[in-house]
Write a protein that binds this ligand. Structure first.
Ligand SMILES: [Zn+2]
Ligand SMILES: [Zn+2]
Length: 778
C-alpha cells in the first residue's frame, strides 16, 4: 500500500507543482494518521461487572476496578432521541466533518480571545472522544494531539461507532461514566427507555458534569435541559407540544441505587470469575425475589426464639440450573452475620440423607417398601444408635422407617450395604464436603455425622427427581450441561418419591395451614444433633427446593426442628411456584410394578398369610421370598402340644397357622409387651432333634473382655447374659463353663458375678438348639 501514495506524489509533482505544495502535506498527514499507532484499548476501559438473571435483567452491578460505575451499552440500546439531542447540543456538523470542524475552532478562538479566558472549546464529538480516552490538561499542544487522535478515530471507525464510544466514555457526574450507568442511576431505566426530557437532561451533563448533574444543582440542570430542548425544537426535531411536555418533566433529585438482589451469589461469582465483566446467570429474578420474601416472612417470628437465619436453594431439575439462591435472612444484618452464605456453609444434615440409603437398599434388592426392618437395640463395635425419641419400635416397614425417620433401621441398612453404602454414593453424586476416609464417618454418617452444604444437598435430591441421574448444578448460562451419571435406577427413585410424598407423617408441620393448598411434593426433613440445623428438602418433576434454618454462629435452639421451622418455608415456596394439577407428577416407570404382600410380614404372600396389602416393587430386584412368619403347625388334639412330621404318626392332630417371629427380634418383642402369639411346645415324647434357628447371644459378645475394678463392690460389676430366641421357645438354659446357672423364660435378663479367668458360655433353647461364646475376666 506504500506504493500507492508514492505514485500519487509523483503524478502530482509532474502535473502541477503548485498543487503539490498543498496536497503533499495533506497526503503526508493521512499517511501519518494511518501509520502512527492508535491506542484503541483506551476506548473501552474495564467496565463494571454486571450480573444478569436468566432473562437479561440486571441483578447486581459491581464498581469497575477504578471505582467508577461503567455499564457499557451498544448503539442499538441508546435512544435515538438521545443521539439527536447530543448531536444537536454538542456538534451539529458531526455527520459531516472529518473529526475536526475548522469553523468551530476559529469561532471558539475568537470567543476565547474576546473573553480573555477559555469559554468555548470548539471540540467536535470526535475530539471529545479523543480527550475522554486520554484525559490531558487543556493546552495548545494537547489540543493538537486531540485533533490528531480525532482524525485517527474518523479514519478507523464509522460515525455511529464514534458516537457509541462517546456515550460509553462521557462523564455524568461523580463516579458515573457512560450513559448506561447514568440512565440507571438517575432514572432507574436502561438508555433505550428514556423520555424526551430525560434524553435532553443526559445530553447536557457531560458538557459540565459537576455543574449539571441533577442531584447537586437542580436549577442549572433545568436551564441546560431547556437549552437542549430549545435547540431540538428550533431544528424541527420535536413539536411545540413535545417541547412543553418535556420541560414539565421532573428533575431527579437523587441517585437511584443499582440493583442488589442476589448479593451472596454475585459475590461468589465475582470471586470465581474475576475477569468476567458480564455474568449471565441461570437465576430467575422473580423466583429469587419470592424466595427472599418468603424466607423473611417466616424468620421474623422465629427470631424471638433465637433462630436468626436461613437459606434457600431452588434448582430446575430439567437442566440443573439454579433458579434462586438466598444466602441469609438479611445480607446487611451484621450482628447475625448476614453476609455469610448459608447455602454453601457446611452443616450437619441430620436425617436428610436417609432417603438415599433406602434408595440404595431398594436398588440392591435388600428391601421393598413394605419389608420389615428391625428397630431394636443393636451395637456395632461399641456404637449403639438410638432413635430421636429414644424409644425402639421392634419392627417397622421400610416406608414407616423412612417417613418416621427412625435411626436404628437406617443404621442397620447402612451396615448391611457395606461398600455399596452411602459414603461412596455421596462422593460420586457431587457431595464435596466429605474429605475424610469412610472409616472416619462410620455408620453414623447416615444420621448426619458429616457436613453438607444446602446447595449440594438440594442438588443431590434433584438426582431423585431426575430418575437417578446425578449432575452438578449450574449458575451460569455459559456452563455446559453435563450428561450426568446414573447412580440410582429410575424405578428405585420413583418408589422413594412415592413414599416421600405421603402427607400423613410425623414430620408434617403441626400447623396444617401450610399444607392445605400444597401440591403433591416429595419431601424430607432433617434436624441436626443439638438442634443446630433444621432442614427441609423437597421436589416435584420440575423443581427441587432446599431450605436450611439455623444460626451462623452454630447456636442451637429448642425450636430448631426441620418439620417445624424449615418445612413450612418449603411448603410456602412450592405452593407459590407450582400449580396443583396432578398430571405434573412422575410417570411410573416400566421397571416398577404393584404386588400383594403379607399384611404382617410385608413379604410376598404364602398360602398361610391371612391378609394382604399392596406395594410398589422392582420385579427381578426386590426381595421375593414368601412370607415365613405365617407358619402352619400341627397340634396334638389330646395334649395341645406341637407335633412334627416324626411324632405326628399315629396321633390325632389339627392344623393351625401361627406367627413365628425371627429369632433376632422375637425375645425383644415379647419382653417389650408386644402381643406375640404363644406357640405350643414340641411334643415331649418326640425323639427327633429339632432343626431351625439357634439362640443368638447378645451379651456378652464373643471374646469380650471384662476388667474387675478393685474399688467397686463385685455385686455392682455383674455381667449381663442376654439372648434372643424364636417365639417357639418357652424356656432357655444358660451354661457357664458347662454348669447350668439359669433355666427359665427367655425374656428374663440374667446376671452373673464376674470371676477372673477364661469362660465358656452356652445358651440352649427348649428344643436343644444352642450357641456359645467365650469371654475373659481380668
Ligand atoms: Zn404372612
Ligand atoms: Zn416331634
Amino acid at each position: 500500500m506504500n506504493n500507492i501514495p508514492r505514485n500519487i506524489f509523483n503524478k502530482i509533482k509532474t502535473t502541477n507543482p503548485k498543487l503539490s505544495f498543498f496536497v503533499f502535506p495533506i497526503l503526508l498527514c493521512i499517511v501519518l494518521i494511518w501509520i502512527i499507532p492508535f491506542p484503541k484499548e483506551k476506548l473501552t476501559p474495564p467496565p463494571s461487572t454486571i450480573v444478569l438473571d436468566r432473562n437479561g435483567k440486571m441483578l447486581r452491578v459491581f464498581l469497575a476496578p477504578d471505582e467508577m460505575w461503567r455499564i457499557p451499552v451498544s448503539a442499538n440500546k441508546i435512544s435515538p432521541t438521545l443521539k439527536k439531542a447530543v448531536i444537536g447540543y454538542e456538534d451539529k456538523y458531526f455527520r459531516w466533518h472529518w473529526g475536526i470542524n475548522p469553523v468551530a475552532i476559529i469561532r471558539a478562538t475568537i470567543a476565547n480571545i474576546k473573553a480573555g479566558r477559555i469559554v468555548q472549546g470548539g471540540s467536535t464529538l470526535t475530539m471529545q472522544v479523543a480527550r475522554m480516552m486520554e484525559p490531558k490538561e487543556r493546552t495548545i499542544p494537547n489540543k493538537l494531539i486531540e485533533m490528531f487522535r480525532a482524525l485517527q478515530l474518523e479514519l478507523r471507525y464509522s460515525k455511529d461507532e464514534i458516537l457509541t464510544f462517546y456515550f460509553n466514555l462521557a462523564p455524568y457526574g461523580g463516579n458515573i461514566v457512560g450513559v448506561g450507568a447514568a440512565s440507571y442511576l438517575y432514572f432507574n431505566k436502561s438508555p433505550d427507555q428514556l423520555s424526551l426530557g430525560e434524553c435532553a437532561l443526559l445530553a447536557t451533563i457531560p458538557n459540565s458534569p459537576n455543574q449539571y448533574r441533577p442531584d447537586i444543582d437542580m436549577s442549572s440542570t433545568q436551564k441546560a435541559r431547556a437549552k437542549v430542548l430549545g435547540l431540538l425544537r428550533k431544528a424541527g426535531k420535536i413539536s411545540s407540544q413535545q417541547f412543553k411536555e418535556a420541560l414539565s418533566e421532573p428533575i431527579p433529585d437523587r441517585r437511584f441505587d443499582l440493583p442488589f438482589s442476589i448479593p451472596h451469589l454475585s459475590t461468589r461469582l465475582v470471586q470465581m470469575y474475576p475477569h468476567a465483566s458480564l455474568l449471565e446467570t441461570t437465576i430467575d429474578g422473580k423466583i429469587q425475589q419470592l424466595a427472599t420474601a418468603i424466607l423473611q416472612t417466616h424468620l421474623t417470628p422465629l427470631q424471638r426464639q433465637g433462630i436468626n437465619n436461613g437459606a434457600i436453594v431452588i434448582i430446575e431439575n430439567q437442566n440443573q440450573q439454579v433458579l434462586a439462591m438466598v444466602g441469609s435472612n438479611d445480607f446487611f444484618d451484621e450482628p447475625n452475620q448476614g453476609q455469610v452464605n448459608g447455602a454453601i456453609a457446611p452443616r450437619s444434615p441430620g436425617s436428610a440423607l436417609k432417603p438415599f440409603i433406602y434408595a440404595l437398599g431398594m436398588e440392591h434388592g435388600l428391601i421393598a417398601p413394605q419389608s420389615l426392618l428391625y428397630d431394636v437395640p443393636v451395637e456395632y463395635s461399641g456404637y449403639r444408635p438410638i432413635n430421636y425419641d429414644e424409644t425402639y419400635h421392634g419392627v417397622v416397614t421400610v416406608e414407616n422407617a423412612l417417613i418416621r425417620s427412625l435411626n436404628v433401621p437406617a443404621v442397620n441398612l447402612t451396615a448391611q450395604l457395606g461398600e455399596n453404602g452411602i459414603y461412596y454414593f455421596l462422593k460420586e453424586a457431587w457431595i464435596s464436603t466429605l474429605p475424610k476416609p469412610k472409616e472416619h464417618y462410620g455408620l453414623s454418617l447416615i444420621l448426619g455425622g458429616c457436613e453438607v452444604t444446602l446447595l449440594e444437598l438440594t442438588n443431590l435430591y434433584s438426582g431423585l427427581a431426575n430418575g437417578g441421574k446425578f449432575r452438578s448444578y449450574r449458575f451460569l448460562k455459559t456452563q455446559l450441561e453435563e450428561p450426568g451419571q446414573q447412580l440410582l435406577s429410575e424405578g428405585a427413585c420413583y418408589i422413594i418419591s412415592e413414599m416421600l410424598s405421603q402427607l400423613r407423617r410425623p414430620d408434617l408441620p403441626a400447623s396444617w395451614e401450610f399444607s392445605m393448598h400444597l401440591p403433591k411434593i416429595a419431601w424430607k426433613t432433617g434436624t441436626s444433633y443439638g438442634h443446630r440445623d433444621a432442614w427441609s428438602i423437597g421436589y416435584t418433576p420440575q423443581y427441587t427446593i432446599g431450605v436450611w434454618v439455623g444460626n451462623f454462629d452454630g447456636k442451637g435452639a429448642p425450636a430448631l426442628v426441620g418439620a417445624e421451622v424449615a418445612a413450612p418455608i418449603l411448603f410456602s415456596l412450592f405452593t407459590a411456584l407450582e400449580n396443583s394439577s396432578d398430571d405434573r407428577w412422575f410417570v411410573q416407570p416400566t421397571s416398577v410394578s404393584r404386588r400383594q404382600v403379607c399384611a404382617v410380614s410385608g413379604m410376598p404372600l404364602s398360602k398361610n398369610c391371612a391378609s394382604a396389602k399392596d406395594e410398589l416393587y422392582l420385579p427381578g430386584i426386590s426381595p421375593n421370598q414368601e412370607c415365613n412368619i405365617h407358619q402352619l403347625i400341627l397340634v396334638d388334639k389330646k395334649s395341645g402340644k406341637r407335633l412334627c412330621s416324626h411324632c405326628r404318626i399315629g396321633r390325632k392332630y389339627a392344623e393351625k397357622i401361627v406367627e413365628q417371629w425371627p429369632v433376632e427380634i422375637a425375645t425383644w418383642l415379647a419382653r417389650n409387651g408386644y402381643p406375640i402369639e404363644k406357640i405350643p411346645e414340641h411334643f415331649a415324647g418326640c425323639s427327633k432333634l429339632a432343626s431351625g434357628e439357634k439362640p443368638i447371644i447378645r451379651s456378652p459378645s464373643d471374646n469380650a473382655e471384662f476388667k474387675i475394678r478393685p474399688t467397686v463392690a463385685l455385686k455392682y460389676q455383674k455381667i449381663l447374659l442376654d439372648a434372643s430366641v424364636s417365639n417357639r421357645s418357652k424356656k432357655i438354659f444358660w451354661f457357664l463353663n458347662g454348669k447350668l446357672i439359669y433355666s427359665g423364660a427367655p425374656t428374663q435378663k440374667v446376671f452373673v458375678t464376674p470371676k477372673i479367668g477364661n469362660h465358656n458360655l452356652m445358651c440352649m433353647d427348649d428344643e436343644g438348639r444352642a450357641s456359645e461364646v467365650k469371654f475373659v475376666v481380668k
